[in-house]
Structure formats: C-alpha cells, structure tokens
Write a protein that binds this ligand. Structure first.
Ligand code: ADP
Ligand code: MG
Length: 664
C-alpha cells in the first residue's frame, strides 16, 4: 500500500467523504460505523490464509477448515417441512469426485439459491461432519471468487485476508474492499490519538497489519499495540480520577469511637484478623483529610457486612449520614435486617429505601435516618440526606460508574467504600480500579461447616428426593435453584412454578416455597422471611438468591442446569450454604454433554477458593463477562483478552505514569 493520495482524515465522516455509495454508508451507520476511524477500528474477528488452503478433508473434524473449490452441483432438496439447499463443491484443479469434494447444506435459506450456481469458484469455511457416510458442512461461511481476482494485487485471494464481524447489508468481500480503500487513502498524520505508546511503530502500520497482514505475527504485534493503547487510556482515566480526589479536602471523621466500641462488645463473636485489619485501614482513611476511596474485597461469607457496619458507625458517630446501596431488593432488605438487628440496641436510626418500600425503624424518630439502606431508588431521592458522609456500595460491579458518582454527589465529599464478593486478580484491580485502595478479607470466620460439592449428570429424581428427605429429616433446609434467562423471564418463572408443585408433592411433609425475579418486593419478602423462620423448608429459587441471603440452617443446594451459570455466579450461589456448623452439600446438575461444561463445573467441585475460581472464570469467559460490562470502560474494550497479560499491563502503567507525571 502506498501513501500517495493520502488526503482523507481519520476523523472524516463517511457520509461526507464520498468514498462509498449512500446505501452502504447507511448500512455502516446502522452498525455505529460513522467515521473512517470507526471502520478501521473494527478489527477482524479472524483471518483466512488464502495463499494456501486446507486440503479437502476426508473425515469429520471439530476444527473448521478453509477450502477453495468449484461448485459442481447445486440444487434444492426436500428436508422435512423446511427447504434445504445443497451445493457440492469440488477441489479446484482436481478431476473427479470422491474425496476431493464436499457437500454444503443450507436449511431454510432460499437466498442461497440466488447467490450460488454451478461453475462458481468458492472459498468455504466451516466444520466438516459426517452425515451417513457423506462429508458435509452445514451453513459454511463462504465467499464467491470473482473473475480476475487472482490477476491483480488482490484484496481477496493469494494473501491473508481479514474476516470481519458481519454488518448487515454489506458482504464480507465488500467490507474488505472498503477497509482496503480507506487504508490507501487515509492521511497517516490524522490517525494518532492523544498519546503514542510506541514511537517506532506508526499507527498506520498497526492498522495495515491488523487488517492486511503479510504474516500472522504482524497481527499479534498490531493487536498488542492497540491493546496497550486501550489499557493506557483506561489507566489514564482512572489515574486522573485518583489525582482529582487527592486534590480535594475530604471529611475528617471516625475520631469518636464509642458507638463502634459498643457494637463490638455486643457481638457474640470476635471479628476475624482479616476483618480487623480492614476496619483499621478504613479508620485511618476516614480520619485522613483525603476522601476515602476504598474497595473491600472478600469472598462470600467472609463477613464484609460487619466491616461495613463498623465503617457506618464511625460516620454516624461523627454526626454524618450513611448510604448503603445494594443491587437487589432482597439484598437491600437482608442488609436492612442485619443493620437493624445490631443497631436498634444502640439506638441508631436505620431506614430502608427501595422502589417498592420505604420503612423507618421501630424506634419512632422524627429526624432523618442516620443510615439509609436501599437499592437504585437511593439515587432518586433528594430529601432523605442532609449530610451524607459515607457511601457504601455493595456488589459494586453491578453498578455503573455514573450511578456510583450520582450517589456520591448527594453528599459533600463523602468517604466511599465499595464492596465486592468477586475476588479480582491483582493485574485487573490495578487497571480497572487503580483509583481505589484495596482491602482484602482473606479469611473466613471459624466454625463454618465443610461444603461437599458434586457434579451429577442426569440424576434420578427418586434419588435426589431421597437425599433431600434425609437432610430435611435432620432439620435442615434446602435451596433448589433453576437458571433464569433474562429474555424469557416470564416463561421460566412459570417453569419454576411448575417445579414447585412437583417438589411439594414429592416432599409433602415439608413446606416448599418459591422466589423469583418476577415477584414483587412484598411477595419476595414474605417468602424470604418464612424461609428464614424455617416456616418454609425448601426454597425453589432463580438466581435472585445469588447474593447476600444468609440462612445458616440451610445446608443443601441443588442447582439445575448448572452449566448455564458462570463460575463466579455458581460460587456466589454456593456461598449461601456452608454458613452454619453443619456439613453442607452442593449438587451441580447438568444435562449438557459437552466436556467444557463438565470441566467448568469440576472447578467448583475442586475448590472453594474464590480467587482460584475467578481466575478460571476469567480464563474461560473473559473479564467482560465475569465483571459485568457496566465496569469502568470494559464495555468499550476491544482487546479485553489481553487484560490477563501482566507484562502488557506493566508496560501500560509505565506509559500512563509518564503521561500523568507531565500533567499538572
Ligand atoms: P459477606 O457479606 O462477606 O458475604 P456476611 O457479612 O454476610 O458476609 O457474613 C456472613 C455470615 O458470617 C453472617 O452470618 C455473619 O453473622 C457471620 N460472621 C461474620 N463475621 C463473623 C465472625 N468474625 N465470626 C463469626 N461469624 C461471622
Ligand atoms: Mg476521610
């Protein structure tokens, strides 16, 4: 590629640049591609090395193959009620059929007959399988090679070609041509951003190599370059935020300790060493003039709530109000009950504020609550806070940055404590949460019973029932969890309702209840209260019980279709049991035949260590899915998979610190 006619700006709007027809510009726009850079920033999802193709396969394979061949037969076949279009492709430059041909099938895709015909040359990509002795690829990705493709310095053959995520209305072939055109015409000077991560590697080269590499090593280098840019960007934002905090004067609170002391003495247990250390770190933050910005990490059941209680009492003792925001109604209510239990005796006024309910404590007070616990509803109340001095956010990764900021703005420089039960590897913490100090509760309270975790493929209902009856006869309680897919919430809720009736019949001596996301707050609350009081012994639930629910007498959890949950989520769910002194049982049930699902579930059976589980989860699903895309900047990241690359993160830190040190 040459730079000769490089007069197009990277920021040019495609609609105005005049390179592509209006119809295509509209199709691009509907995929949020507006500018030259937008299109260049869409890096290929994979590549095909069209300098050489795979030889035609002779057997099924779990790896996709990339083939080049001629269409020798094409036609519609009848298949059940829907139509099927079948195309036989024969290896180019070969004579005869047999091993050198493969059949491609499309079901219910009549448009294929308009695109493919005998005599065309195709590039195919897909997994060959064996259908009664015939090798077949169903719905392959394909591209028709045009006459003349091989003659000029082609964009489409005789090279490594990019394959992009589809944009509806634009073919792969056309997309590739468009990117090629832009790369030829864009002015390299207009491509650079706010900073440069590698002086010796012009950005235009990175773009060229990521789209049209000569060798695959170039792709890796270019991707690392863009990943590095992305991490620096992320860390710059975080670093600037941290700098801003450090320039303002916060509150000095936590000098008075009598409430904390009184609370501490009322506890029937001593705090664990880790809890004490975290409380100390919080005290010193709150006393400092700098605003506290601390993240409390601790596995499920490690006792974060008690650390939060201590922090809250310090603020209250200094005359300020405290807000505790939780992501779900159930969790907010659970916290509310815990706080009331310990703080009513101290005459601290605790209130609850959710969209469904608001409640004052039993103590009649004419003044505003000192501690307000709630859900997102807290963000929309302007009256309840006179002087908000401490903001606590539970399960912080369920909230976006803006939501956190909105709550913080309700006070004047309040101290901030965010809590998470998802243990996060240190590289990640530094990158995404570099603006937060971190306290870790790395110790579980003593006296916790063991949890035995087993994976069961298609267990028999009679056996499961027998097992449950045994545990119930011992006086214990049981969770039965069904997965819930967001889109079909109503349908699944119904399915769970049907299951409840079945379980009630099987376990007729006991009370079976249900809680799911479609119930209103009052209903949920009633069921949870009954379960806590052991008026209900078996709770059929969706993942709404994932966080916070604390019923120590429940020591059995069955999870159906367990493979549908993420590892971290399963770990959270399992954290509901093993809370009392009794030995607990978690049974992960699955009908999924694939080995990955079993491997995933086995991780849980093998360990209870949250860090190990979250690392496995990150490896299997990637940071975006594990931490939630609400996370600071994660949603927009294209190279998120490199977040596990320690070396790259360190490099990004070095560059970021260099940039920050030059800013005032
Ligand atoms: P987390 O919020 O981290 O999941 P919680 O604060 O809800 O954990 O505590 C889990 C359970 O452990 C609660 O039943 C709580 O009463 C109990 N607990 C917390 N800290 C201690 C401790 N130091 N010793 C004994 N039990 C504790
Ligand atoms: Mg402070």
């Amino acid at each position: 590629m040459s730079d000769t006619s490089a007069n197009l700006s990277g920021d040019a709007i495609l609609a105005e640049a005049g390179f592509f027809p209006a119809k295509e510009v509209i199709a691009l726009a509907s995929a949020q591609v507006m500018s030259v850079k937008n299109l260049l920033d869409r890096v290929p999802k994979r590549y095909e090395d069209r300098r050489r193709f795979d030889t035609f396969p002779t057997q099924a394979s779990s790896e996709p193959v990339c083939l080049r061949g001629l269409v020798t037969d094409a036609g519609r076949k009848f298949f059940g009620r829907g139509g099927m279009y079948e195309v036989v492709v024969q290896a180019s430059n070969e004579v005869g059929f047999g091993e050198n041909s493969i059949t491609c099938r499309w079901f219910n895709a009549p448009y294929i007959s308009k695109i493919l015909a005998v005599g065309m040359e195709l590039i195919l990509y897909g997994k060959p399988k064996d259908v009664s002795g015939k090798l077949v690829i169903d719905h392959p990705e394909f591209e028709v090679i045009k006459a003349g493709d091989g003659n000029r310095a082609s964009v489409h053959v005789e090279r490594i070609v990019p394959v992009y995520k589809n944009i509806s209305g634009i073919s792969q072939r056309r997309l590739r041509e468009m990117v090629y055109t832009l790369l030829e015409n864009v002015d390299p000077e207009t491509l650079s951003g706010e900073f440069t991560v590698d002086e010796s590697y012009p950005r235009i080269d990175a773009y060229r190599e990521v789209h049209f590499p000569n060798e695959m090593e170039q792709v890796e280098a270019a991707r690392r370059y863009f990943a590095l840019e992305e991490f620096v960007q992320l860390q710059l934002e975080v670093g600037r935020r941290r700098k801003r905090y450090q320039q303002v004067k916060g509150r000095v609170q936590g000098m008075k300790m009598d409430l904390l002391r009184e609370f501490y003495e009322s506890l029937p247990f001593d705090l664990t060493g880790a809890q004490k250390r975290c409380v100390k770190e919080i005290i010193s933050d709150m006393r400092s003039e700098l605003p506290m910005n601390r993240m409390l990490q601790g596995d499920v059941g490690s006792g974060k709530t008690f650390v939060a209680l201590c922090a809250a009492l310090l603020a209250v003792n200094s005359g300020a109000q405290v807000a505790l925001m939780a992501p779900t109604q159930i969790l907010a209510e659970q916290h509310y009950l815990t706080f009331r239990k310990w703080l009513d005796p101290l005459e601290v006024r605790v209130g609850l504020l959710t969209s469904d309910r608001s409640e004052e404590g039993d103590i009649t007070w004419s003044r505003k609550p000192q501690i307000v616990i709630g859900t997102h509803a807290l963000l929309f109340n302007d009256e309840i806070f006179d002087d908000l001095g401490l903001v606590i956010i539970d399960e912080q990764h369920k909230f976006g940055v803006e939501q956190r900021a909105k709550l913080v703005k309700k006070g004047v420089m309040p101290d901030v404590l965010v809590m998470t039960a998802t243990p996060i590897p240190r590289t990640l913490t530094l990158t995404i949460y570099g603006d937060l100090d971190v306290s870790i509760i790395d110790e579980l309270p003593s006296g916790r019973g063991e949890i035995v975790t087993g994976v069961r493929k298609k267990p028999k209902v009679t056996e499961v029932t027998k097992f449950l009856k045994e545990k119930l006869a011992d006086g214990r309680q049981v969770y039965i969890v069904y997965p819930l897919v967001e889109e079909s919430e109503n349908l699944k809720a119904e399915a769970a309702t049907v299951e409840v009736e079945k379980w009630q019949k099987r376990l007729s001596k006991y009370q079976v209840g249900i809680v799911h996301g479609k119930m209103n707050a009052a209903e949920k609350d009633r069921v949870m209260t009954e379960f806590r009081a052991n008026d209900i012994q078996v709770l059929v639930a969706t993942s709404v019980i994932e966080v916070g629910v604390d019923v120590p007498n429940a020591n059995v959890m069955l999870i159906y279709d367990a493979e549908r949950f993420g590892l971290s989520q399963l770990h959270q769910l399992r954290g509901r049991i093993g809370r009392g002194e009794h030995k607990s049982y978690c049974v992960l049930m699955t009908k999924a035949p694939n080995p990955e699902a079993l491997e995933k579930l086995q991780v849980l059976a093998d360990t209870r260590d949250g860090f190990k589980i979250s690392e496995a989860d990150l490896r299997m699903r990637g940071p975006g899915d594990v931490l939630g895309t609400e996370q600071s900047g994660l949603a927009d990241m294209r190279f998120i998979e490199y977040l596990a690359d320690m070396e790259l993160i360190r490099e990004a830190r070095r560059i970021t610190e260099d940039i920050l040190s030059k800013e005032t």
